[in-house]
Write a protein that binds this ligand. Structure first.
Ligand SMILES: *Cc1c(COP(=O)(O)O)cnc(C)c1O
Length: 478
């Protein structure tokens, strides 16, 4: 264990900095007139500058990050984002803007956000976009609240949302948060939504269907046109979970497939920080007839080319997020889209799909794909040939500097489908062939080790400071 910084504290030790000579301690009181001020010192650790530097360097070396090794479930967990986008978002003109500044002093940033809405609408085949939602899940919630508002306005009482059993867990959660009941549509042996069940369940009480494409099984949902027909014929709406649109950009658009409401995850599709790496964003896009329900404030462009915020919109679902969403994330998306251009974004998707198929093909002799056909941006491989559990296999990967992939079945309660011993792998578009080959070789090596040195594999990892921690479900099973 690395000791806490306070354990290294010794009175009187400190670092040095260039102080503002004009500013003295007593001035603090002038800065906050009438405010209660702390009388005791803060009690911060007293350590030298070099001790602080070493402390944080040591901490950083104990984490696996995308900057020091690959992540098999790339964009879902962590994938490489070009550093140039960070540099752009850190420009003084962006970083120094305050959301409460007068609108005429932040026209540049509003123009950027307005244009980005247009880019995302174009990518998705939609008519209007909100950048407010701060994650994929919040994008879903936004879309579902819009669907609810739409039916409220029409005076139709529709309480049910249909969701595939392979959907991301956020789908049913968002539907319930938006006040709907969920009905589950099973996926068939080919991993595709069962059309007969969609037909059977679709009626005038159903508000719509949530469909994920590419699906969480890494497949292209094949019957979209028929599903759209069935749902629209009964007056329902279609929601597209486009979290992983990085498999489709520039190739196919949900709006063209018949979807009315949709979101994408900027942190999976448009190269922005993910989870612990920073706040995400899940822009939500709609067809024109739903635009009036989008959250406020909306950014509008006046005839003279200036931008304003509009909040006075009677049919809006309201506000989802403080201010205008995660603006620093949007700057990164904007740069990513401009740097790549239309052809570049298409190439991103082609590379994401090619890399996943390369991975699937190269390992199929030992880890056969669960669905034996080409995959989209991720592949689902079976670990049933392993003499040990995929869980033990995955932990041994850590010793070779590879982050464990996400597991289905034993040891994993995250995915609802019963896919025992499956591993979901998404190499992402940013990995080169050489780095893919390196991960593939590690998979092969550990596969063979699990026959030749089972005990060593089963007790891995051996390299980290932390030994194997029992997963919740395993602890329950044991
Ligand atoms: C990641 C993901 C989500 C949730 O997105 P968050 O940004 O984590 O809230 C929803 N649906 C699918 C298909 C996803 O892959």
């Amino acid at each position: 264990m690395i000791p806490h910084l306070t354990a290294k504290s010794r009175p009187g030790i400190g670092g040095s900095w260039v102080h503002d000579l004009e500013f003295e301690q007593e001035d603090t009181a002038c800065l906050f007139p009438g405010m209660p001020l702390r009388e005791e010192p803060l009690g911060l650790p007293e350590v030298s500058e070099i001790e602080i530097v070493r402390h944080f360097m040591e901490l950083s070396a104990h984490s696996h990050g995308v900057d020091n090794g690959p992540y098999p479930l790339g964009s879902c967990t962590m994938k490489y984002n070009p550093k140039r986008n960070d540099a752009m978002a850190n420009l003084d003109g962006f970083r120094g803007v305050h959301p409460l500044q007068p609108v005429d002093t932040m026209q540049g940033i509003l123009e950027l956000l307005y244009n980005l809405q247009g880019f995302i609408a174009e990518l998705m085949g939609a008519d209007a976009v909100t950048l407010q939602p701060s994650a994929g899940a919040q994008g879903e919630l936004t879309g579902l609240l819009i669907i609810r508002k739409y039916f409220e306005k029409k005076g139709e009482d529709r309480r049910v949302i249909l969701i595939a059993d392979s959907a991301h867990g956020t789908n049913p959660s968002s539907a319930v948060m938006a006040g709907f009941d969920c009905e589950i549509i099973p996926t068939n042996d080919a991993g595709i939504m069962d059309l007969d069940v969609v037909r059977e369940k679709m009626n005038e009480q159903v508000a719509g269907i949530m469909l994920t494409n590419p699906s969480t099984l890494g497949l292209f949902e094949e019957n979209i046109a028929t599903i759209a027909e069935i749902v629209h014929a009964k007056g329902g709406l279609l929601y597209y979970d486009g979290a992983n649109l990085n498999a489709l950009m520039g190739i196919a658009r949900p709006g063209d497939m018949g979807f009315d409401v949709m979101h994408l995850n900027t942190h999976k599709t448009l190269s922005t920080p993910h989870g612990g790496g920073g706040p995400g964003a899940g822009p939500c896009a709609v067809k024109a007839f739903l635009e009036e329900h989008l959250p406020v404030p909306r950014i509008a462009r006046r005839d003279d080319g200036t931008y304003v915020f509009e909040s006075d919109r009677p049919h809006t679902i309201g506000r989802l997020k403080s201010f205008y969403g995660h603006v620093a994330v949007m700057i990164r998306c904007y740069c990513y889209i401009l740097f790549n251009g239309p052809e570049g974004l298409k190439q991103v998707s082609e590379d994401a799909v090619l890399n996943a198929n390369y991975f699937q093909q190269k390992l199929r002799d030992i880890f056969p794909p669960i669905y034996p056909k080409p995959c989209m941006h991720e592949c689902l491989l079976s670990g049933k040939n392993l003499p040990t559990t995929p869980y033990n296999f995955a932990k041994r990967l850590i010793d070779y500097g590879v982050h464990p992939p996400t597991l289905f079945g034993a040891g994993c309660v995250y995915f609802p489908k019963d896919l025992d011993h499956a591993m979901l792998i998404e190499p992402t578009e940013t990995e080169t062939k050489a780095s893919l080959d390196q991960v593939i070789n590690v998979f092969r090596k550990v596969y063979h080790e699990s026959f030749s040195d089972a005990e060593y594999v089963n007790t891995a990892p051996h390299s980290g400071r932390t030994r194997k921690i029992p997963e919740g479900s395993q602890a329950l099973d044991d």
